[in-house]
Design a protein around this ligand. Structure first.
Ligand SMILES: [Zn+2]
Length: 347
């Protein structure tokens, strides 16, 4: 037997080649521990077929499923100063950067792309969590500013997709400056009267949620993703209280007014197309500037709701979006009446 297993088997293996038998054909779902076949998982957009848990998805895969026909153009992000503080902990920051660049094939933790979603011009700035935990340094700030500029130039909507542990501590103060910088970037888009939508993905924490990630005209989130500033354990230790179950999940945030919509991956393209269609149509109908409050434009009932979302009634945004589908004049009038009634009653 020794002769068979020690000599013949390796010989056969070397001839056949091990590449034909990849070992990780199966993956365990982190939520339900169900076994998932890699091909099924890819076909199902990395969503568990047993429990619906949304596993992580690569940035390029996400862009493919967001843009029309998966077609988009990458936009170059201007280079940021490398390792400005000559920082080193256990390892030099410069080396960490190089490792991350080799591992991901990207320059930094953000990818900017432009294309159309439901026929609407859109610029997407998406974080790559694989790159140093999606942490936000100068290069990421640069990416968001670039995305905002391109959106304004193209008269396009801006969608930010954070997946980040927060600021990049190796860049110290320079990393923190990206917080106000990104806030100004999205404000430029809003001042131009263009929609700014945020899709929160797992995880959105720290400096990112303390800046641009919480400023969307519409805040969307992936099911089950973790959204917060500090982690649950840190908060519990600080306030010496136990936090409720499901704390800091997308669904918890929606129920408590932080998030407008929790959108399953399979419905993402369609939902974005619908929302952008409504918001952008108004901008096209009013070329003198979307920042003016819409007056109902060409008498289209949907227009007034879109204008309402853009011009401030943000807390009602998700309710308004849900009403949008088969809107006609009469329905809009009826909802308005009901809303006015509610307001009068609560006053
Ligand atoms: Zn599962």
């Amino acid at each position: 037997m020794n002769w068979l297993s020690n000599f013949i088997r390796p010989k056969i293996r070397s001839i056949v080649g091990q590449k034909d038998v990849p070992e990780n054909l199966w993956q365990k779902c982190p939520a339900c521990e169900g076994m998932l076949f890699h091909r099924d998982l890819a076909e199902n957009m990395n969503v568990c077929s047993h429990c619906g848990h949304h596993l992580k998805i690569s940035v390029t895969e996400r862009l493919n499923l967001m843009f029309d026909n998966g077609e988009y153009k990458r936009i170059d992000v201007p280079a940021a100063p490398l390792d400005p503080l000559k920082f080193r902990d256990k390892k030099k920051y410069a080396d960490r950067l190089k490792d991350a660049q080799t591992k991901t094939g990207e320059k930094d933790a953000i990818i900017v792309a432009s294309g159309t979603i439901g026929g609407n011009a859109t610029v997407v700035a998406a974080f790559n969590f694989e790159f140093m935990g999606g942490s936000m340094g100068a290069a990421v700030g640069e990416g968001l500013v670039k995305a905002a500029e391109v959106a304004i130039h193209n008269n396009a909507a801006l969608i930010a997709i954070p997946a980040s542990g927060g600021a990049r501590m190796q860049e110290g103060m320079i990393s923190l400056i990206q917080l106000p910088r990104t806030v100004i970037a999205v404000q430029m888009v809003k001042d131009a009267g263009l929609p700014y939508i945020v899709l929160l993905t797992d995880p959105t924490t720290g400096g990112v949620s303390a800046s641009f990630a919480m400023l969307g005209d519409i805040q969307m989130a992936e099911p089950g993703c973790m959204i917060g500033f500090a982690g649950k354990r840190v908060i519990e230790e600080t306030i010496r209280e136990q936090l409720p179950a499901g704390f800091q999940t997308a669904e918890y945030c929606r129920d408590h007014g932080v998030v407008d919509l929790v959108v399953p991956r399979a419905e993402l393209h369609e939902t974005l197309s619908r929302i952008l269609g409504l918001l952008m149509r108004r901008i096209e109908a009013d070329p003198n500037g979307g920042s003016k409050k819409g007056k109902g434009g060409n008498g289209n009932g949907k227009d007034t709701i879109a204008a309402k979302i853009l011009s401030g009634g943000l807390s009602n945004a998700s309710a308004a979006v849900n009403q949008l589908q088969p809107a006609n004049e009469d329905e809009v009038k009826a909802t308005k009446k009901a809303k006015a009634g509610q307001r009068a009653a609560s006053a």
